[in-house]
Design a protein around this ligand. Structure first.
Ligand SMILES: Cc1ncc(COP(=O)(O)O)c(C=O)c1O
Length: 489
């Protein structure tokens, strides 16, 4: 069935086609001159196509005016939420006007076409070298890295390198390679489940608990064996924003190596924290300062502050990225190594990242991230002082924190109801269950990003208190039928 922009009737394809066709011919549609050229006085929102129906699920049979097509798409996009009020996402929703200008100037660049766009390719290399230094690579010249479409691709590439290195070592030792496993927290982001599924790697999830809120290395010896390709450590767990103590995980693996001889590398998933920790916690040792860290990935479109989609992955040395995973693409008559899942993808975001590196420098990034953290700590403090809430963490790692409903506080409402009430004001603040072993626990989370000002945060707290007052004043419990988390990590 054809759905349409109009709710009045259910028109047929031919009717929709006729209205757009007549707009083009200029023969019958009002507002067009007899010779078919557009009459500029044609009233906006009342011209053919806008006033009549477009088929939505089928390619229209004929052309329409650019103004009409633009307006229809523009208006539909208007129905999306207000991204600045979306406190569920980690992904950047604001860049400055120079970035917007650069974006529109460079939207046509294809990242894979190093021959056509050699300067974009050179800038990509400059960017990952800057990032390698930020992550304390012992020698940025020996490191190797690439941009990706986001953290998911970056994590896949990191995981693939771990798997291939393990396979090569096993083959060289004449041992089987058919049962690789990867050790991760039960609170990993879904991209790691995908990695294990798509590349036939057994995931070994270490459950988090109230005592061990993150993977901390305490029970790793129960999970590691000769088929372990690596351990994933997360800098900024998606569920809560907490850092996993990479140094403690590395120390646990050192002990395992001393006892068993197994040398297990770490990939750090720094999707968010990779662009926070270098600025806000420079003393925290989580990166290439730890010998065991073979590779690190991040999302540039999160706290790298670039519009989606861009990520980065860097390996400590070229030896950590098996050469047989890298393809050569032609580059100015020479060769450029390429390790990517995609072929064509946008190059503009790489230029936006470089713009921000030049524009902000270390000081600028520090100020932006510190401001977000201050807002997160302020909000976490306000939530903590509200009797109905119990904080899970306080926003001092990445500017993200989660809380629970205080035990036995009420039987009238829960955090899903609060989430729904806040939507009425435009705020998107998801409630969801924690992973497997804590699945009975529901938390709510706020991600503070550049653009959530202190002023907006105060308005948010006002709206949260209003919503709580409303829910507390109910004389009977809110219905719970059909109340499920629609949020995915
Ligand atoms: C820890 C972690 N890893 C990976 C990802 C996937 O990132 P992307 O959306 O850039 O693919 C996320 C996204 O939230 C994340 O939080």
């Amino acid at each position: 069935m054809t759905t349409t922009t109009s709710s009045a009737t259910s028109p047929t394809k031919s009717r929709a086609t006729k209205s757009t066709a007549s707009a083009q011919s200029g023969e019958t549609a009002r507002g067009f001159t007899g010779d078919g050229s557009q009459n500029q006085l044609n009233p906006l929102f009342a011209r053919a196509g806008e006033a009549t129906d477009f088929p939505l699920d089928e390619l229209p049979a004929t052309e329409s005016l650019p103004e009409t097509a633009y307006q229809i798409v523009h208006d539909e996009a208007m129905l999306d939420g207000n991204s600045r009020l979306n406190l569920a996402t980690f992904v950047g929703t604001w860049m400055d006007p120079y970035a917007a200008k650069l974006y529109s100037e460079t939207a046509d660049k294809n990242m894979v076409d190093k021959d056509e766009y050699p300067q974009t390719a050179a800038i990509e290399t400059r960017c990952w070298k800057m990032i390698a230094s930020l992550w304390n690579a012992p020698d940025a010249e020996q490191a190797i890295g690439t941009s990706t479409i986001g953290s998911s691709e970056a994590c896949m590439l990191g995981g693939l390198a771990l798997k291939r290195r393990w396979q090569q070592d096993r083959k060289a030792a004449g041992k089987p390679t058919d049962r690789p496993n990867l050790i991760l927290s039960s609170a990993v982001q879904v991209c790691w489940e995908k990695f294990c599924n798509y590349w036939d790697v057994e995931p070994r999830y270490v459950p988090i608990s109230e005592e061990h809120k993150v993977l901390d290395g305490s029970s790793l010896d129960q999970y590691v064996d000769e088929n372990t390709i690596g351990v994933v450590a997360i800098m900024g767990v998606t569920y809560t924003g907490m850092y996993e103590p990479v140094a403690e995980i590395a120390a646990a693996l050192d002990r395992i190596q001393a006892a068993t001889g197994l040398d297990v590398p770490i990939h750090v998933d720094g999707a968010s924290g990779g662009m926070i920790a270098p600025f806000l916690q420079p003393e925290l040792v989580w990166d290439f300062r730890l010998e065991r860290v073979a590779s690190i990935s991040t999302s540039a479109h999160k706290y790298g502050l670039v519009y989606p989609g861009l990520g980065w992955v860097v390996w400590r040395t070229t030896a950590d990225l098996p050469a047989d995973l890298v393809f050569d693409v032609t580059y100015l008559g020479g060769h450029m190594p390429s390790f990517a899942l995609n072929f064509s993808r946008p190059g503009a975001q790489v230029l936006l990242q470089y713009y921000l590196f030049l524009r902000l420098g270390w000081d600028g990034y520090y100020k932006v991230q510190k401001t977000s953290q201050d807002v997160a700590v302020y909000l976490a403090g306000e939530i903590a002082s509200t009797p109905c809430f119990t904080l899970w963490n306080d926003g001092t790692d990445i500017p993200v924190f989660a809380w629970q409903l205080t035990a036995k506080y009420t039987d009238k409402w829960n955090l899903y109801h609060l989430s729904e009430r806040l939507r009425l004001k435009g705020w998107l603040i998801p409630a969801y269950p924690m992973p497997d072993d804590l699945a009975d626990m529901v938390v709510q989370r706020i991600v503070v990003r550049n653009g959530l000002s202190r002023n907006l945060a105060e308005s948010l707290m006002h709206d949260i208190r209003d919503a709580v007052d409303y829910l507390d004043a109910l004389t009977s419990p809110m219905p719970t039928e059909g109340l499920v988390s629609t949020f995915t990590h």
